[in-house]
Ligand binder design. Structure first.
Ligand code: NAP
Length: 490
């Protein structure tokens, strides 16, 4: 039997006893159990769904100290960040409990019959939604709570009426198992089927691939690298019955800063930016990986302030030794592609130093290597000769979770063109602040054009995340008993 080993992020040492990888038979059993749980859960009331989500939130909070200390050992993210993330995760679960209880999954459009010949006349139609079915859910390394076992994908799928089978991330195996222990206890206390929330873990890609291939699975929800997401999306598409695959992937999150604002607030903005680049050791999908500046004395001064502010940061250890190596390899790759280093210092074996480099816009546009996500505390300054060239830089990026525009307050033609270019490639456009930090709220959009996500018309954060797991059905001349269910599937 294959075994898995948890690793201490800060030392690389083994943590705890080896765990058993899920076998192929166990993956199949989890998928089948989810399929069995589906019928009842799809027909469940908003109150039942809300109770489960609230129970899960309370269970997380009740085990806070143990969970946070384990998460800290496995990820090195530190108790302050991890407590905050646990709060956010409980908040998300309760927010989807509210959404379930309000019956938003049962929303319907009543289109009464109109007498007469078509196309004006038509039968009585009701448009409502049904949950897709069991969801294969892949946890991310860098959000051990909020995008993991009880993260937003699980919460929103359950609120929609879908069971989930969760693939634990190899970077926080013990934490995932501990959280899943809480899940089991809550399901049992609420007398819900154990198969409603399944759990698998594995070394290598086989376990996740088998889950996505299983005929019982109806959708995939993934948070992770563009490479991993693309591979699993291909698996989802290659099934005899392809399924939707919602992948939230990597992103380089350009920030375009106009010289007039930099002239006014350069030092303040440089400090803000340095904090965002090195936050969480740069291990955020919304980390500002590219800063586009228009050639100007204020931009030059900003680069110098930013270099100084970034040099003063001390990033903590990365999530895994593999990520640490990937960061150094990514830096070397960027330098080989022609980026000129501005801040490039040797780090300790476990903790990297921040990296800052610069390149001119034509080179950035010409070389795809410079547009790859470098996961870690780093950013690339891109020097553009004009706003027009800055817009070409954005187009070359193609897809991003966010674009930040600093200093576009006036409705000038240039600013309108920048806003258009930003909206063309990003799911979220910011006009102040930094892109790290994603509010869990009604209007949130976390997902942009490829390569930042596989389905840019959906979001994995915020209330609309539930929509991913619901499919419209039109009921034509439906019987009264079915209409009396008010949109709740039977
Ligand atoms: P990852 O290596 O892609 O892993 C994500 C999950 O997918 C893990 O469970 C992993 O299994 C599995 N996996 C990866 N490749 C696979 C394949 N080819 N076949 C089957 N399973 C596969 O990503 P990560 O290292 O956790 O996260 C870092 C990346 O996530 C960064 O690029 C970051 O920007 C992105 N991210 C995006 C968002 C967002 O919302 N867009 C949020 C957070 C992070 P193992 O654990 O067994 O390797």
């Amino acid at each position: 039997m294959k075994t898995l080993q948890s690793i201490q992020a800060r030392t690389g040492a083994a943590l705890g006893a080896p765990l058993l990888a899920t076998t192929s038979q166990q993956v199949d059993a989890a998928a089948t159990a989810a399929a069995h749980a589906f019928e009842g859960w799809a027909a469940s009331t908003g109150e039942i769904r809300g109770n489960l989500l609230r129970g899960l939130a309370s269970a997380l909070e009740a085990d806070r100290d143990g969970l946070v200390s384990l998460a800290d050992e496995e990820t090195g993210l530190g108790p302050v960040r991890l407590n905050g993330e646990l709060d956010r995760t409980a908040f998300q679960l309760r927010r989807f409990a509210d959404i379930a209880e309000k019956g938003l999954a049962f929303d319907r459009l009543d289109d009464p019959a109109v007498a007469g010949p078509p196309p004006g006349g038509h039968p009585a139609m009701v448009r409502q939604r049904v949950p897709l079915g069991p969801v294969a859910m892949f946890s991310a390394s860098n959000f051990p709570f909020a995008f993991s076992v009880l993260g937003g994908d699980t919460a929103s799928a359950l609120a929609a009426g879908c069971p989930v089978v969760i693939k634990a991330h190899s970077g926080h195996l013990l934490l995932s198992n501990r959280v899943f222990g809480l899940v089991r206890a809550v399901l049992s206390a609420q007398k819900l089927p154990a198969g409603l929330i399944g759990f698998i873990q594995g070394g290598g890609t086989d376990v996740g691939v088998r889950l996505v291939q299983h005929p019982a699975m109806a959708a995939g929800a993934f948070t992770g690298s563009t490479r991993g997401g693309a591979a699993l999306q291909a698996v989802a598409n290659a099934r005899p019955r392809p399924i939707p695959f919602y992948g939230e992937l990597g992103s380089i999150n350009p920030v375009v800063a106009m010289p007039a604002l930099l002239a006014e607030k350069g030092p303040e903005l440089a400090t803000l930016m340095a904090g965002s680049i090195s936050l969480g050791c740069g291990q955020f999908c919304t980390s500002p990986g590219v800063i586009v500046l228009i050639k100007d004395a204020a931009s030059d001064a900003f680069v110098s302030y930013l270099t100084t502010a970034l040099a003063a940061q001390s990033p903590h250890a990365m999530l895994t030794p593999g990520m640490r190596q990937a960061f150094e390899a990514g830096v070397a790759h960027m330098l080989a592609a022609g980026a000129k280093p501005l801040l490039h210092e040797a780090g300790k074996p476990e903790a990297p130093r921040p990296f800052l480099a610069e390149v001119d816009a034509p080179n950035f546009i010409a070389k795809a290597e410079l547009r790859e996500e470098l996961f870690g505390p780093s950013s690339l300054i891109v020097r553009a000769a004009s706003v027009r060239e800055a817009i070409e830089v954005l187009s070359a990026v193609g897809g991003s979770l966010t674009v930040t525009l600093w200093g576009v307050d006036a409705p000038t033609a240039d600013n309108q063109a920048l806003v258009r270019a930003a909206m063309a490639i990003a799911g979220r456009v910011l006009f102040t602040g930094v892109p790290t930090g994603v509010a869990v709220t009604a209007a949130q959009q976390h997902g942009g054009p490829w390569p930042s996500s596989t389905q840019p018309m959906t979001t994995s954060v915020g209330d609309a995340a539930m929509e991913r797991f619901l499919r419209p059905v039109a009921l034509q001349d439906a019987p009264a008993w079915l209409l009396a269910r008010n949109g709740r599937p039977c």
